[in-house]
Design a protein around this ligand. Structure first.
Ligand code: 9MR
Length: 389
């Protein structure tokens, strides 16, 4: 695959970018305004931050949030410095059988990103959920030595992907979503059953990724969040990250997906409730263990807000402001990615429909490709953020 193969210069650029340590956060937030017409990534970049988005594969001219939609591309190219494939690098997409791979759609996204000078994150080397693994994994016959065979499936997958995109992808969600969000207990898959424990699966995934990519950023990615009801999920993630440190597992950062949500509205603030103290304590514990932070899949569920578009957009912008102010205060945070840039293509339209049947206004841009107040809020927040080293 010569068009995907890396050059040494690209590889070194990725390494040096990753070796920059975030500053200690002593600088006061610089009061500055975004210049008119400046894209979100350009604004972010002045502070050592990066802004990006998920993008899908689509044939040219397709009506989707994809590389095939010229209007969607224009927004990506104006606003983003990095992209992530929404689905096209998952096992379901690239691994139709135990010894078969299909990289066609993901390669097309990688080619597009390279042509436009966009960085690309890898999502995800292992999504540990039966629901999101190919059916052949769920029903797999692991034979007489199940642990050995499960290890082979995992290592061969991670080696195949990381080798193919070596020098191109410098940051991976190595493992995604290990937990039952209600209890904070691990979710079983055929892989964890075959290997005998979840730790065996996860540790192997990170060690394999590190062996292939000594300089890359290796991330554990999950949707524990700041809303009430996430305490058990956060506790599970903390236990995992503590375990990584004890066992010497090479995980560099926590990917906080940031699908933040307003199911109800707090009358005092006009936005959704959030457990600020508990959330900060969680982020402090994570960063205190030396992990960096990424916001990997930002969007806002507006279910609790009124139907009226202006009121709703204002609420979404205010909730964005409240959240990003907390998150941008962490000097360990560098990358912020939206899970899509245009409302109509968001997964939320299907996964979290509003009771009134109206579409979610969850992304920086509306269906007419005009920016929502959320976009202006992000611009101001990035412009006002403390500079990273
Ligand atoms: O947005 C994605 C949607 O199109 C897919 O159907 C779904 C299953 O592959 O995954 C969605 O993306 C998820 C991401 O990969 C992991 N975190 C939660 C995201 C939203 O469900």
């Amino acid at each position: 695959m010569s068009d995907i193969a890396f050059s040494r210069r690209e590889a070194l650029a990725g390494l040096s970018a990753l070796s920059l340590t975030a500053c200690a956060g002593t600088a006061a937030p610089a009061a500055s305004s975004p210049a008119p017409g400046e894209g979100l990534h350009a604004i972010a970049q002045r502070k050592g931050l990066r802004f990006g988005s998920a993008i899908a594969y689509g044939a040219e001219g397709s009506d989707s949030g994809s590389i095939g939609n010229p209007e969607y591309r224009r927004i990506i190219e104006r606003e983003c410095g990095l992209v992530v494939a929404e689905n096209e690098m998952k096992w379901q997409a690239i691994r139709p059988g135990p010894d078969q791979y299909n990289f066609a759609a993901f390669d097309a996204i990688v080619r597009y990103a390279k042509a436009k000078g966009l960085d690309i994150r890898g999502h995800t080397l292992l999504w540990h959920r039966p629901k999101w693994l190919p059916e052949w994994v769920n029903t797999y016959d692991y034979g007489a030595r199940p642990a050995t065979e499960a290890a082979r499936l995992i290592t061969s997958h991670i080696e195949t992907v990381t080798r193919r995109y070596r020098g191109v992808i410098h940051s991976y969600d190595v493992v995604n979503e290990l937990f039952d969000d209600q209890t904070g207990a691990f979710v079983d898959t055929s892989l964890s059953k075959a290997m005998g424990s979840h730790e065996a699966v996860v540790d192997l995934a990170f060690h394999t990724a590190r062996a292939e990519l000594p300089g890359a950023e290796l991330v554990y990615n999950d949707y524990m969040s700041w809303e009430p009801g996430h305490a058990n999920h956060r506790a599970g993630v903390l236990r995992l990250l503590e375990g990584f440190r004890r066992r010497g597992v090479p995980c560099d950062a926590l990917g906080i997906q940031s699908h933040i949500e307003m199911r109800t509205i707090d009358r005092k603030t006009g936005i959704g409730p959030y457990d600020l103290k508990e959330w900060r304590a969680f982020c402090d514990d994570v960063t205190g263990m030396g992990y960096r932070l990424l916001l990997t899949e930002f969007d806002v569920k507006d279910n609790g807000l009124p139907a009226d578009y202006a009121a709703r957009d204002a609420g979404v912008a205010n909730y964005t402001r409240a959240y990003m102010e907390v998150m941008l205060a962490y000097p360990q945070l560098r990358d912020i990615l939206a899970w899509g840039m245009v409302d109509k293509y968001s997964w939320l339209q299907g996964f979290a429909p509003r009771a009134d049947g109206l579409p979610q206004r969850c992304c920086p841009y509306g269906d007419d490709y005009r920016p929502h107040p959320m976009r202006a809020a992000l611009a101001e927040l990035f412009a006002g953020a403390a500079p990273r080293a």
